[in-house]
Design a protein around this ligand. Sequence first.
Ligand code: PLP
Length: 432
Amino acid sequence: MLAIHGGAPVRGARDWPVWPQYDVRTETELLAALRSSRWSVSWYAPEGGKSRERLFGEAFARYNGAAYGVSVDHGSSALVIALEALGVGPGDEVIVPALTWVAPATAVLRVGALPVLVDVDPESGCLALDQVRAGWSARTRAVIAVHLACTVAPIAELTELARAAGVALIEDCSQSHGARWDGRAVGTFGDIGVFSLGAAKSLAAGEAGAAITDDPELYRRMLMLRADSRAYTESAPAPGEYELVELGEIMGGNYCMSELTAGILLDQLPRLDDQHARREIRARQLEDGLARISGLSSIPVPAQVDRRAIYEYGIRFEPGAFGAASVEQVAAALSAELGTRVYPPRVPLPSGTLLRPQTKPRFSRLWDAVRATGRDFSGAHHYRDHTLLMHHSVLLGERGDIDDILTALAKVRASAESLSDADSPALKGISA
Ligand SMILES: *Cc1c(COP(=O)(O)O)cnc(C)c1O
């Protein structure tokens, strides 16, 4: 009997790996930031030297092979300053995938432009060329490509399309830190790469973000856009000196990263590659097992990707693989077997509750235009209804964890008919 119906779960009391991961070295970095008295880039250090957020920006750019990195308080802020640095504003349209976290769409609204939501590939959940073309108009100024969950959008083709059209390309790498396409890090193909460094992300610091670019002018603009029109001094500040100078070439807001947060990131960044390698070993084991369960497979990864990053590991199932059970029912049954969260992707933005421009005066005039797009989002809905996600931390443990996941999948698949049976007394009990 399935655990959700009161049977014994596949997994007993054994814990899953915790996330985020930290140890005494993290505590040392954080304590050093605390004791520096330099809690903000806007404050000064008695002993001088570069701020931690500047050092993290430099280190993160190096990690990705980009020329410049800018630390910010959120991935959402990175999207806003990227759009502003590129000069996107009122009257412009920006192509955004319909299946992603809401921030790429709200960032476009926040700069006064119109997000044009387009459908995604039903198997990868990412933007494909024909969908970008379907959203194209004379007002298109930029495309935001999201590398979703555990794969990479067809970035070489998207870059070529944007270049040929003279349109800017922003890569949202919030779910793909350190993924590589033909040996080159994602985030370096477009004009600007943006990253969330939120607590759940594979490079995590609670509330944080970053942007990378190779363009010195975009870098300079992003520095001012996130620090109230101020940019760094040429060299490291002397003891007691401020590090930000008031340039005022472009008006900014305050989206600066706290020094305490930057301290955590300086500890976490050097751990990322090892975590990628550990997750990849477990993902391969999971994929070997998935190949032996009919109707199940992993999310496709383009052949050019020589390193994938896994934020959420996605398992695809063919229609009918779990009988008539919905993705919610299957996910709930698997969660009960495993004692960790298995969940469907978010619903596409046009059907969800998060994108609500009509609720704010400054966006409401754009709402009719957003709504009027009236596009077909069947690819996004197919992906949403046939994908099971697990957080990347489940891949940071033992081989036995993978065996448990495979056992649970086979068990739930074998008893799928009992899930879709709405008259099942046990199910009634749960929903009551
Ligand atoms: C998490 C995420 C964001 C938002 O980042 P915050 O740091 O929460 O502002 C943006 N885009 C994508 C694709 C994300 O997954």
